[in-house]
Each structure stands twice: as C-alpha cells, then as structure tokens.
Design a protein around this ligand. Structure first.
Ligand code: PEP
Length: 273
C-alpha cells in the first residue's frame, strides 16, 4: 500500500526568523492535530538558506526538509547553482525537480529534468518530479499527450529500481496559485494516466509503488476529497503551506475517506474478475 505523502512548497518566501517561527509552530500544530506519522509522510520544500535551521527544529519530529531544485553537476563553474553533493552533505533527502515555475521562468526542460533525476538517485536523494499541462493544452484537449510526453522525457534513462523511489506531482499549470483546483475527477483522470504511462514503461508492480501527488490550490477544505481518489497518494501544496496552522490541517486530512475509497477499489477489482 502507498503511504500518503503531503508536502509543502514554500517557493521564494520567508525570512530566517519567519522560517524558524513557522517551524516551531508547525511542530506544535501537528501535535495538536494528533498527526500519526505512521500513516503519512510529511515534507517541507524550502529555500536553501532555511534548510539547516529547519532540519534542527524538525529533528526526530517526522518532518523532512527538502530542496526546491538542484543542478545535476557535482561541482564546477556554475554560478548560483546548488549541487546534489551539497544537498546530501547537509542531510537533505528530497528534492523537487521540474516544478512548472522552474520550467516557465528558468527554461528548465524535461531533458534537464532527466539529468537531475539521475543525479538525485546517484546521491540517494528522493525526487518529486512535477508534470502538468498548461491552459492552452487543456482547452485544446491535448493535456494527456502533454503530460505523457513530459513524463517519458523526464524519466529517460531512469531504471525501474530507481523510478520506484520517485514521487510524481501532477500539477496542472492553470490550477497553481490561481485558487482554481482541478476537480477530484480531473485530478484522478490525470494521476491514473500517469500511473498507466509509468506501468507501460516500468511494469505495473513498479508503477503501483510510485507515489503520485496532486498539486494546484490544495487547501484544508479540498484535501480529503482529493485524497479519496484511487491514484492520488498525496499533495504538493504551495500557498496554503505558508501558514503553519493551515498546512497542519491539510496534513491531518480525514484519512477515513481514503480507506473507504481503497475498500471500494478492491471491491471494484473483485467484481472485474
Ligand atoms: C505549487 O507550488 O506546487 C502549488 C501547487 O502551488 P499552490 O498550492 O499555491 O497552487
């Protein structure tokens, strides 16, 4: 069974004081919400400068600290970049790769994502690969092809035993930071497509183990409905993760909905046989 994975992406937000205040409050809020860490993996993807301080605050508290990006080279004349070696030296075990804002504002291609995935695996850093169509592709009915292409290009050269440790975040661009969430049905259609593309490439045993998140205006109101869907194993949360109390509520989503849905899935599978 796939363990739900709820992650926050702070993007370019918070000063060091704001980050440490948040860290302490978040630990408290998760306690208040009685979050059971055996049932959910939690991570915060923060700016590089906050990683050390937050790692100390979250030590033994069940919250991972991750990077929002990294370069694929080990070292060299790449001004302004951070290498996988530097991240693992800091004890960072997760990284977001190919976020739509990296692709849009910094020209990151799926070919570069493939190199980054490869570098992440070399350093035992678990990647969250982001894929998602823009509004033009969605309106033209090309969203499935667009996501399929991004996925296959980004996983180019990645082996099955590595792919199993990836998470994929389906993030339709038209839903990021817009307040417009994909409906749970739209999100499920695309996360199921992602799983089937991964199954074609790696086989269903591997694809069944890959965590697929939904991202795009997730909040404490819509999380349970999204998590009830069969192929949605978690969420990548931008705006709503900036508020410790709100994000703790998202992490503490009502997982009874998910269990019910898993039961329905097995009933559906039994009926199919
Ligand atoms: C994101 O940054 O990955 C994201 C999904 O942002 P938001 O939740 O604000 O839409």
């Amino acid at each position: 069974m796939r363990k739900p994975f709820i992650a926050g992406n702070w993007k370019m937000h918070k000063t060091i004081n704001e980050a440490t205040d948040y860290g302490e409050l978040f630990v408290q809020k998760l306690k208040d919400e009685q979050v059971d860490f055996s049932k959910v993996d939690v991570a915060l993807f923060v700016p590089y400068i906050h990683m050390s301080a937050l790692k100390v605050i979250f030590l033994l508290r069940g919250i991972d600290v991750g990077a929002q990006n990294m370069f694929y080279e080990e070292k060299g004349a790449f001004t302004g970049e951070i290498s996988p070696t530097m991240l693992s030296d800091l004890g960072i075990e997760r990284v977001i790769i190919g976020h739509s804002e990296r692709r849009k504002y910094f020209g990151e291609t799926s070919a570069a994502c493939a190199k980054k995935l490869n570098a992440a695996y070399t350093h035992d850093i678990k990647p969250v690969l982001c894929v998602g169509e823009d509004l033009k592709d969605r309106e033209a009915g090309r969203h499935k092809d667009a996501v399929r292409t991004m996925l296959l290009e980004s996983f180019e050269g990645i082996h099955a035993e590595e792919a199993e440790f990836a998470a994929v975040a389906y993030e339709p661009l038209w839903a990021i930071g817009t307040g417009k969430t994909a409906t749970p049905e739209q999100a499920e259609e695309m996360t199921a497509l992602i799983r089937s593309v991964l199954a074609e490439k790696y086989g269903s045993a591997v694809a069944d183990n890959i965590i697929i998140q939904y991202g795009g205006s997730v909040n404490e109101e819509n999380i349970a409905e999204l998590m009830a869907k069969e192929d949605i194993d978690g969420a990548l949360v931008g705006g709503a993760s900036l508020d410790a109390a709100k994000f703790a509520k998202i992490v503490a989503f009502d997982d009874s909905v998910r269990k019910d849905s898993l039961k329905q899935v097995s009933v559906k599978n039994i009926l199919k046989k």
